[in-house]
Design a protein around this ligand. Structure first.
Ligand code: B4P
Length: 190
């Protein structure tokens, strides 16, 4: 049976992490979140974590080579997975090209690119709300949140065209209850 490899895409606060938790359970997939992997490095105070923290705290993207290396290591540690959910990765064209090259080598391409769509005012509201409890420096300050959204628009949103050209781009309305959005994603997976 072919593997189910899903890119869960969307701006900061669109609900990628939230929805990944439902989808991994439902389809038995391995969750690969570059945000979570980077935060684990920061917690461990590794050299990579120290470098990443400076960028993340300002709402900037971390270097491609770092996140691509992290994803490669995690995929190699789960060779028998039924498939992966890529949450918050890829975020740039070089990341998307590297992911395709890794998956092509295995003959297990991306099955779906599901793009959660949420208006900017709602994103800011959600992230400020999470900042009250998460302790995340990048959720506390509205100027940094706006910078994350700009980074998304400039560097990440163009990936919609990258996946559209492969016939894999599927927009999904990301406004509603968490359950409603899960159902929309499940329907899109088919
Ligand atoms: P990430 O950790 O990927 O996170 P995110 O963009 O903040 O959010 P996500 O969409 O997962 O939001 P969530 O479900 O939690 O990135 C953080 C940083 O790491 C980046 O800025 C960058 O610096 C770095 N980074 C990560 N990957 C990288 C890469 N590949 N390349 C370079 N740099 C990288 O939801 C947010 C909030 O909304 C939560 O409070 C949630 O409860 C709420 N929410 C969710 N669904 C909701 C709904 N339906 N209704 C109301 N609220 C909802």
């Amino acid at each position: 049976m072919s593997k189910l490899n899903i890119v869960l895409f969307g701006p900061p606060g669109a609900g990628k992490g939230t929805q990944s938790n439902f989808l991994i359970e439902r389809y038995g997939l391995v969750h690969l979140s570059t945000g979570d992997l980077l935060r684990a490095e920061i917690k461990a105070e590794s050299p990579l974590g120290k470098e990443a923290k400076e960028l993340m705290d300002q709402g900037e993207l971390v270097d491609d080579a770092i996140v691509i290396g992290m994803i490669r290591n995690k995929m190699e540690a789960h060779l028998d997975a039924k498939g992966f959910i890529f949450d918050g990765f890829p975020r740039t064209t070089p990341q998307a090209e590297a992911l395709d090259a890794m998956l092509e080598g295995k003959g297990e391409p991306i099955s779906h690119m599901l793009a959660l769509e949420v208006p900017e005012a709602e994103l800011v509201k959600r992230l400020i709300g999470r900042g009250a409890t998460s302790g995340r420096a990048d959720d506390k300050d509205e100027a940094i949140i706006k910078n994350r959204i700009r980074e998304y628009e400039n560097k990440t949103a163009p990936l919609k065209d990258y996946y559209r050209a492969q016939g894999k781009y599927t927009p999904v309305d990301g406004v509603g209850s968490m359950e409603e959005i899960t159902e929309r994603l499940v329907k899109a997976i088919g």
